[in-house]
Design a protein around this ligand. Structure first.
Ligand code: MN
Length: 267
């Protein structure tokens, strides 16, 4: 069975014929101890998984392990919490790999108190990332916007024209007003179980348009009963969204797949 999956070789940039059943659009697969096995598990279970990376240096190995996958894609990232004066020199490496994948992430800005001291560097890096994505067109970005939603949306609006790339806001915690702005900028939202656990997150999800919803685990950072969640646990967020949106589980799962297809095929 596993072998059959590998008979269907699929290039990262191809996006037709997605026959996935579940979607985990933001997972740090390389941070699990059983990294390689987990890729096989996602493949076997037909879970479209976006393997985000946190530094450009981590990307090559992710790429090597996923380049022939049918369901797992590796995204080239530069996590805002890791951007500072010393690491800014890794941007050329990020740029070097950009042409090898359609997917970018985790990128963005973190304005929380532990990272506010590097805000200028984060902003510079994110602007350069957006500009490069805009130049290459057709990229899909998984964006972090903790305590910086307004600024992140300003920069997306200024540096990434809507027909030049697509943004998925991961674990969005901005206001309803900012969510509306993001919707007008044609952003998608990848929803996780940390969001559905809070009152604010639930209110947000109720307001978000159905056609912009995706699902994510943000594993291994998000835990359940003290254990990191896995892409195979993604059904719990589908259940939560189904409850909040008064849909059945099946309709919600289908909705997310349809949204993924729209995201990947949008002009
Ligand atoms: Mn993350």
């Amino acid at each position: 069975m596993k072998f059959q999956i590998f008979l269907t070789m699929f290039k990262q940039n191809q996006n037709s014929k997605i026959s996935t059943t579940l979607v985990d659009f933001h997972c740090h697969i390389d941070l699990y101890p059983d990294f390689e096995r987990l890729i096989q598990i996602c493949e076997f279970n037909k879970i479209f998984t976006l393997a985000v990376t946190t530094t450009p240096r981590a990307w090559q190995r992710n790429y090597d392990l996923t380049k022939n996958c049918k369901y797992v894609r590796s995204a080239i990232g530069f996590h805002p919490q890791l951007v500072n004066k010393e690491t800014l020199n890794e941007l050329p490496l990020w740029e070097k790999y950009l042409c090898k994948t359609r997917y970018v992430g985790e990128v963005g800005i973190d304005g929380s108190k532990d990272f506010i001291s590097t805000l200028n560097e984060q902003k510079n890096a994110f602007i350069q990332i957006l500009k490069k994505c805009s130049d290459s067109r057709n990229k899909i970005l998984s964006v972090h916007s903790v305590r910086s939603a307004g600024l992140v949306l300003d920069l997306i609006n200024e540096y990434l024209a809507r027909d030049r790339g697509k943004v998925v806001l991961h674990w969005f915690t901005g206001s309803l007003e900012e969510a509306k702005r993001a919707t007008n900028l044609e952003c998608f939202f990848s929803i996780n179980t940390a969001m559905t656990r809070t009152q604010k997150g639930r209110l947000l999800i109720k307001e978000l348009p159905l056609e912009r919803l995706l699902t994510e685990t943000d594993g291994p950072f998000i835990k359940r009963s003290n254990k990191s969640i896995y892409p195979t646990d993604i059904n719990s967020v589908i259940c939560d969204i189904a409850n909040l949106k008064n849909l059945s589980y099946k309709d919600t799962a289908n909705l997310v797949i349809r949204n993924l297809k729209n995201l990947l095929t949008a002009p």
